[in-house]
Design a protein around this ligand. Structure first.
Ligand code: LMR
Length: 394
């Protein structure tokens, strides 16, 4: 029967990862998949994660199932990290999920269950897997203007105009911070304007927050999410611990559904448990337990925050180095946006042909839409990249 299957399109980020692995050049530079790397190219296990794992190893006396929605202590700890008490806990339903992608997938399923005709408005561009999952589960994706190819900032003439066409029963997907793939983010006034549009249209916001702590700081990166959640009657949030705890392979995410009142919360909570049961029963626990152990222990939490801050500042420094080097080589400020962007990524804003040229001629691997993972750089490769960008005529 399986001969009827069709070849599925490869995920462009994961396909690039494979190409990089197969490239024998030792001068190659990996700016592909969104994984943090230190100056030596290593994705380290964070100190607090190691310590938490040791504590778990010493104290854990069973591996019996958790609840269908995971350990409630994990939900509490993550809700506090993301929302810091801006709405009453008894209005928030939450479920642990396999990674941020699991939370996104469950959110889309919940949307489809609530309204079979819901459309999901997505930034143009957005993380390719948002589009892929929406298409797979049969939800219409409606792009809204987001990235301005001239300024490499947010197109804030276009964005609100497009969001105004959403209706009650539709969902507007927003990146809480560190927009993936562009690195261009809304400022506080622009977030206020988006909240106004959401209140006018009655569309439901969904926030994907996968890089909290990688942009302007842990609290700063959650500020827009907190403001929005406090202002709207209902909201979905897909949070990931992959990047800020560096526990990519542990698959640790949380889906939150915020309702107007506790009665609606109970319905949402039951729905999240049901969806987990249908898709994988119990969510993975090890990563969630690491996160809970860190967030509920003062010493581990401060050490984690300190290491995360080093990571954030290191990426900011690389951004500045790259922008300065490009300014020197080009004699212009046209790459200044690289220092303005925040998070792990910047969209260079060049053509797929130039991206291919950079890969073939210079061994520089960025995603086809010209997304660069800034954390893939170090002090030695910044000048290499800058020279290649200029040589390629970007
Ligand atoms: C990315 O955007 O590179 C990461 O979120 C990893 C992934 O799963 O695509």
């Amino acid at each position: 029967m399986f001969e009827t299957l069709k070849t599925q399109p490869a995920d462009k980020i994961l396909a690039l990862m494979q190409m990089y692995r197969e490239d024998p050049r030792d001068t190659k530079v990996d700016l592909g998949v969104g994984v943090y790397k230190d100056a030596t190219g290593l994705t380290p296990v964070m100190r607090a994660v190691k310590a938490a794992e040791q504590k778990i190893w010493e104290t854990q006396d069973t591996k019996v199932y958790t609840g269908l929605i995971g350990d409630p202590a994990y939900s509490d700890a993550m809700i506090e990290l993301v929302l810091d008490g801006v709405v009453a806990r008894n209005t928030i339903a939450a479920a642990a999920t396999p990674g941020g992608t699991g939370a996104v997938r469950q959110a889309f399923e919940m949307i489809r269950m609530a309204n079979a005709n819901a459309r999901v408005f997505v930034s143009n561009p957005t993380w390719p897997n948002h589009l892929s999952i929406l298409s797979y589960i049969g939800i219409e994706a409606v792009p809204y203007r987001y990235f301005d190819n001239e300024t490499r900032g947010v197109d804030f003439d276009g964005m609100p105009a497009d969001l105004k066409t959403a209706k009650k029963g539709d969902v507007v997907l927003l990146h809480g911070c560190c927009h993936n793939p562009t690195g261009a983010n809304l400022n506080a006034a622009e977030w206020d304007a988006v909240i106004e549009v959401l209140l006018e249209t009655g569309a439901t916001p969904m926030i994907d927050i996968a890089y909290q702590g990688f942009g302007d700081g842990l609290a700063e990166d959650a500020a827009a999410t907190r403001k929005l959640v406090a202002a709207v009657p209902e909201c979905l949030i897909a949070a990931s611990c992959s990047k800020n705890f560096g526990i990519y392979r542990e698959r640790t995410g949380l889906l939150m559904a915020i309702a107007a009142d506790p009665a609606a919360q109970a319905l949402n909570q039951g729905t999240l448990a049901y969806l987990n049961r249908q898709n994988y029963s119990f969510p993975p626990d090890h990563g969630a337990r690491i996160v809970t152990t860190i967030l509920t222990d003062d010493a581990l939490r401060s050490d984690w925050m300190a290491e995360l801050e080093e990571v954030r500042l290191g990426m900011l420094d690389l951004r500045k180095q790259l922008a300065t080097e490009l300014q020197r080589l080009s004699g212009s400020d046209r790459f200044g946006f690289l220092a303005q962007h925040r998070g792990m990524f910047s969209l260079l804003g060049t053509s797929p042909e130039k991206v291919e040229l950079l890969r073939k001629e210079h061994g520089i691997y960025m995603v086809g839409d010209s997304r660069m993972n800034i954390a893939g750089l170090n002090a030695d490769t910044v000048p290499v990249l800058a020279k290649a960008i200029i040589d390629a005529g970007v």
